[in-house]
Design a protein around this ligand. Structure first.
Ligand code: DAH
Length: 342
């Protein structure tokens, strides 16, 4: 039996010398240490050995088993390390290949301009408030001096959800809300989405954005309104841009105004963008109507205020020469990619 043990050992040494991969190593493990392997056979054969030889033979078998296990484990470690290194070498990167261009996300042009406007107004002392997109007839119309059946409601075609609830048609729905929740001096802006039940064309859409501004304090005057708006327009466009105010009717302001700026394209000399008038209409504004102040719980004898509403899509279109408002909602990456990542 001792010679048999030695033969197995020699055979193993031979196999071991020729083992160069972890796959061969696995098969050696099975061949020598597996259930049907020679070590198991030797163990079984031990029963037949004479009583006095048994301990010695048992030890030899065990020594052989332990040394095979140790050798295979050791070789296994170095084979794995070597194979990993070979894999890494094979994976070598060719740094002369041209790089892949990564797509960089950008702000939507409407959001970019909204952020710009908000930052200017915050620097001028306004804080940002948010009003609901789905609102009641009361806040969108009634409190703003549009009684039921008032013809001025026709100025804003409305999506009604039911008799009382609607999609807000303008950000002016914030006005009475801030009057109810804050005491003057009130100096807020409210950016947000608006909805109107209009035919979608290149110039009008059912969905657009506005920024509302409201300032209420003692002695707020018409010249404060004109001065603040002019300052704002000059910060948003360029330093000396001319701003013009016209009378216009909105039920919640008295007097009400239309605000124009010098054409961004021709600076006033006349071109197709401004239809040869030299001016572009950009906002509605006015002194807050005493009834609206009263509705908001503010005494019009003590306080006065101004408000304005600015359409964002129109501004972005004018600034960038965009001819179709529908482009803003089409998610066409070729269009959106043209705006800088601000
Ligand atoms: N809410 C008006 C609209 O969407 C715009 C507007 C006009 C807002 C005059 C105002 C304002 O705050 O004073 O047509």
């Amino acid at each position: 039996m001792q010679t048999h043990i030695e033969t197995i050992q020699k055979e193993f040494e031979e196999d071991f010398k020729n083992c160069f991969s972890s796959a061969t190593l696995e098969s050696l493990k099975i061949k020598y240490l597996g259930k049907k392997g020679p070590i198991q056979d030797l163990m079984k054969g031990l029963k037949e050995a004479s009583g006095e030889d048994r301990p010695k033979l048992g030890k030899s078998i065990n020594d052989l088993k332990v040394s095979i296990e140790a050798k295979l484990t050791e070789l296994g470690r170095s084979l794995i390390a070597r194979e990993e290194q070979q894999k890494l070498l094979a994976e070598k990167i060719d740094e002369t290949l041209p790089g892949k261009k990564r797509f960089q996300g950008r702000k939507h042009p409407v959001n970019g301009t909204l952020d710009e406007i908000i930052n200017i107004l915050i620097a001028m002392g306004f804080t940002v408030e948010q009003g609901p997109d789905i609102d009641t007839d009361y806040y969108n119309f009634e409190v703003l001096n549009f009684p039921p059946e008032h013809p001025a409601r026709d100025m804003q075609d409305t999506f009604y959800i039911n008799k009382e609830v609607l999609l807000r048609t303008h950000t002016s729905n914030i006005q009475a809300r801030v009057m109810e929740s804050q005491k003057p001096p009130i100096r807020i802006i409210a950016p947000g989405k608006c909805f109107r039940n209009e035919a979608v064309t290149s110039r009008s859409h059912v969905f657009f954005h506005q920024v509302e501004a409201v300032y209420i304090d003692k002695n707020v005057s018409f010249s404060d309104l004109m001065g603040t708006l002019t300052d704002f327009m000059q910060k948003l466009f360029y330093k000396d841009i001319k701003v013009r105010f016209w009378p216009n009717y909105f039920p919640f302001v008295e007097p009400g105004l239309q605000v124009d700026i010098h054409c961004l394209n021709c600076k006033g000399s006349g071109c197709t963008l401004c239809k040869h008038t030299g001016w572009l209409e950009v906002a509605g504004a006015g002194m807050i109507h005493p009834e609206v102040l009263k509705n908001g719980g503010i005494d019009p004898e003590e306080y006065s205020g101004f408000a304005w509403g600015l359409g964002i899509e129109r501004l972005v279109m004018l600034k960038n020469g965009i001819k179709d408002i529908r482009l803003f909602t089409e998610n066409d990456i070729r269009f959106l990619n043209q705006f800088s990542a601000i």
